[in-house]
Design a protein around this ligand. Structure first.
Ligand code: NAP
Length: 461
């Protein structure tokens, strides 16, 4: 895959970038290692000042940063601006809370372990390789980078090949902010070069956000070298609506949940599992709102749905829908590739699904919603759990017994009640099953790439 910005709204290649040579990669790895040795000795307050300085720089540059996102992957511009502001918030969150999250904990009764004092402390691991996707080109990266740097780790970013300008932007964001130079750098390399970098002794861990095949491949390399890995992979989240739900809210939130970021969010509601008492009402309103969304140029502020990020992604989503239609699915909205330049796909709703359709088990990474009619909550949970994924989920009910039933039984890293799944710096984020392992964000995220060191001190002689 070329390392290039190919504008998805036009299909035109805007810029291509040569891959780093092996000598350039070596220089960056060496800089990252040297920066870590310096950064691990920096105080939390000095790191926080540097993080706030980088956040200030990003905030001052919100228009340009958002434009890069939209040109490279087609996100509607207002959503790109919101992404940049969320990055600033996440950076400031870790600047302000890292010290508290990584504070020593002291055993209250050290005599129980024969000690005069026993405690634990968090120490950074070193250089962490971050293999990242294009779908939130800044936020996916900074939600790793901010806690990593605040913990004293340094980062090397291998970004998706279709967002090189985002990668280079992030690679320069922390230079001159107060962190040691080389603390966070972008490698311009292809997926096949990840293996060699990860094998380097100076790379202590890896985080990958992306597809299941990429996760399997990187986890296998990390495992063979006994290196820590965090995997944030795909999802096919259920969005369950029960009869007690506020249907107006459920319908409008369902539309947002399915179409945010042109439908290319790992935690998007993708499978809409609706109780039969409200199914017809929900399906009719949902399909007409989906069909009414404004599809167009992502730089136009009126646009609600832009193009998909890559031609391959657009073709893949069209194939999933065509396969379902060929096997008997009903189309309630959308469903055909428009005749226009760029990689557009319309908001689509399909129903009457059967288990032989690919879309039932695979992730639909675009604005395609599947609808399921269910008799009761047992059937809802069975369908919710039938995929191999387990990232997030949403349940709409005002019945507390139903709420507890779903929270307990849904196999996922999160359950959002009467809302849509969203990532917040304050809440842990991650999945189970084929959606990966480990957590990002909150206190758990910053601790993933730390050595939890136990210290035991005997009685003074
Ligand atoms: P992808 O094809 O897996 O690519 C993600 C990153 O992995 C890219 O940098 C890619 O590099 C690299 N990569 C791909 N194959 C690799 C391999 N065999 N070895 C090493 N690196 C490899 O995924 P994507 O299409 O960009 O992103 C969409 C997927 O990400 C969806 O499944 C989505 O659900 C998931 N996602 C998950 C989360 C989460 O937090 N759980 C968040 C966002 C997205 P190249 O670009 O050079 O191929």
């Amino acid at each position: 895959m070329p390392i290039a910005t190919i504008n998805p709204a036009t299909g035109n290649t805007e810029r291509t970038f040569p891959a780093d040579t092996s000598a350039e990669v070596e220089t960056k790895v060496a800089r990252a290692h040297a920066a870590h040795l310096e950064l691990r000795r920096m105080s939390f307050s000095a790191r926080a000042a540097a993080m706030h300085a980088a956040a200030d720089a990003l905030l001052a540059d919100v228009d340009q940063a958002a434009r890069v996102i939209t040109i490279e992957m087609g996100r509607p511009i207002a959503q790109s601006e919101a992404e940049v502001l969320k990055c600033v918030k996440g950076m400031r969150f870790y600047a302000d809370h890292a010290e508290e999250f990584l504070a020593d904990t002291v055993l209250a009764d050290p005599a129980r372990v024969g000690a005069s004092r026993a405690w634990t402390r968090y120490e950074p691991l070193g250089v962490v390789l971050a293999v990242m996707p294009w779908n939130y080109p800044l936020w996916q990266v900074l939600r790793f980078a901010a806690p990593a740097l605040m913990a004293g780790n340094t980062g090397l970013l291998k970004h998706a090949s279709n967002v090189p300008q985002s990668a280079l932007y992030l690679g320069s964001l922390f230079e001159g902010s107060g962190f040691p130079n080389g603390s966070f750098q972008a490698l311009l390399i292809g997926a096949h070069d990840v293996h060699a970098v990860l094998e380097d002794d100076r790379i202590k861990a890896v985080t990958l956000t992306g597809s299941e095949p990429a996760g399997r491949s990187v986890a296998a390399i990390a495992g063979s070298h006994i290196k820590k890995a965090v995997l944030e992979l795909g999802g096919s989240d259920p969005f369950i609506v029960m009869p007690t739900a506020d249907l107006d809210e459920a319908v409008s939130t369902a539309v947002r949940a399915r179409t945010v970021n042109n439908g290319q969010s790992c935690i998007a509601g993708k499978r809409f599992i609706i109780h039969e008492d409200v199914y017809d009402d929900f399906a009719g309103r949902f399909a007409s709102k989906m069909a009414a969304l404004r599809v167009g140029d992502p730089l136009d502020r009126e646009t609600e749905i832009g193009p998909l990020a890559t031609r391959g992604g657009r073709d893949e989503i069209a194939e999933l829908v065509d396969d379902a239609i060929a096997k008997g699915a009903a189309v309630l909205a959308g469903g055909t590739v428009p005749d226009r330049a760029g990689w557009y796909y319309p908001p689509t709703v399909i129903s009457e699904l059967t288990d032989d359709m690919r879309v039932v088990m695979e992730e639909a990474f675009g604005p395609v919603a599947t609808l399921y009619r269910v008799k009761d909550r047992d059937e809802a949970v069975r369908i919710a759990n039938q995929t191999t994924f387990g990232l997030s989920s949403a349940v709409w009910t005002t019945d507390s017994d139903d709420e507890d039933y779903f929270v307990t039984r849904i196999e996922a890293g999160a359950v959002f009640i009467n809302g849509m799944s969203v990532s917040y710096p304050e809440l842990p984020f991650g999945g189970i099953k084929a959606s990966g392992y480990g957590r990002e964000l909150a206190a758990e995220g910053i601790r993933e790439f730390c050595n939890l060191k136990t210290v035991w001190r005997g009685a003074a002689s």
